[in-house]
Design a protein around this ligand. Structure first.
Ligand SMILES: [Cu+2]
Length: 114
């Protein structure tokens, strides 16, 4: 009885490990990004700072090529700096628009060379 329970636990653990490794994401640290562009975004649809703001920042920051991404919750805006050879402001807009089943809408207002 004890042995079979142990085997079942082991199978579950191994199963979850396999699942996790297949979901490996490419982190921004894999390639060195050199910030050469900045952009100002407008982000609509955020209802709270702890949930919405943090979720969007966390999601965008792990995108390769993003070196800085800070949301100003009060003004529904975000300032970002990135490596334009790796990612574009439009890519980030697409990412934000898919978070939380389309709860947020991002618009690019200004793009400038750094
Ligand atoms: Cu929220």
């Amino acid at each position: 009885m004890k042995t079979s329970t142990l085997l079942l636990l082991l199978a579950l653990l191994l199963g979850s490990c396999t699942f996790n490794s297949s979901q490996k994401e490419t982190s921004a640290a894999d390639v060195t990004a050199v910030a050469n562009t900045s952009a100002e975004l407008e982000i609509r649809g955020m209802t709270c700072e702890v949930g919405c703001k943090k979720l969007i920042e966390k999601t965008v920051r792990k995108t390769a090529g993003i070196t800085k991404f800070d949301i100003d919750f009060e003004h529904n805006s975000a300032h970002m700096e990135y490596d334009s050879t790796m990612v574009s402001a439009d890519d980030v807009v697409k990412i934000i628009n898919t978070i939380n089943n389309g709860a947020y809408t991002a618009i690019v207002h200004d793009v400038a060379a750094l």
